[in-house]
Design a protein around this ligand. Sequence first.
Ligand code: NDP
Ligand code: OXD
Length: 328
Amino acid sequence: MPILLAASRISTLQATTRCEMAFYCNADEVRARAIRDCFSRELPDLRFVAAGEPFEPEEVQYILTWKVIPELRERYRKLEVVFSLGAGVDQLRFEELPQQAKLVRLIEPGIIALMQEYVVMATLALHRDLPIYLGQRAEAEWIKHPIRPAFGVRVGVMGLGQLGQAVLRALAPFGFELAGWSRTPRAMEGVSSFAGDKELAPFLARTDILICLLPLTNATHGILSRTLLAQLPMGAGLVHVGRGQHLDQDALLEALGSGQLRGAVLDVTDPEPLPKGHAIWNHPRILLTPHIASTAQTDTAALAIVENIRRHSRGEDMIGEVKRDRGY
Ligand code: NDP
Ligand code: OXD
């Protein structure tokens, strides 16, 4: 029986439904506390269990987690929904989730705003040659390079979902020529749309700064390959904020060495953390950050999950439901 009931029915049925089923919040202590506060206001009749507290897996109807939880298939028999604590879901390893459970990625304003900030910063850093100037500073070299206005520079975003579209909106005021590539065509004002395998080559050929915001799926694993990088114009830039496994890191190093790429900003690597001594750490043309481009903001994320639980309890589709067969 769903734990959420229409308000008028709660009082009569509370005694039988309360404590029967639970929301298991597998987040760190600080986040769990904030989410619990929100749930006690918004969903007071849903039992809330945080990591470390005793509970019966049999009683769990909803889980919020970043990574897969042991024995999900075997022990969480009444699980209805797994909420990812992030926008990506690849880390949840679909084969370990119970068949009956729906999987929902996180769509909330906080994660979107942070990704906009990061990608604008990274795109401008490549556009204004920041990796080169940081290298020159290390050598005390005062050398000026030609400056191009953003108006002539073509930016292309791979992945036109919630984040890809949001970063295009954030980049628009600078005047870059914008394009996006997705699986199915997506119309966006001021953005040239390319879709599917057939339109990948023309998209790459017109892209001076490539931004990867794809989900990691069977179809996108290794997509930032030697062949793909070779299709960009000579001297292009790469901003990679998807997943480490999208990128052939050896191919990236070669492309930077040959000048095919002029610079790269990487927020994700394979593996993470990047091992000490890896060539990427000290590469003069790479700006590297440790997977911090964006992260869920607890208050807005909690409200987004509450809204989805309400939708689920009314039998409606949730926002961000993942289609397991396509992987995102
Ligand atoms: P969405 O699911 O909203 O969007 C995915 C987009 O990718 C869609 O436009 C989709 O096409 C497109 N796509 C998927 N598969 C293919 C394919 N085979 N060929 C072409 N296009 C494809 O995802 P989000 O925008 O929410 O997130 C994107 C990714 O960003 C996450 O999965 C995660 O990996 C990464 N991320 C990284 C963070 C960081 O801190 N570095 C933080 C948050 C997310 P279509 O529109 O046709 O469906
Ligand atoms: C996410 C991430 O997918 O932080 O949300 O990478």
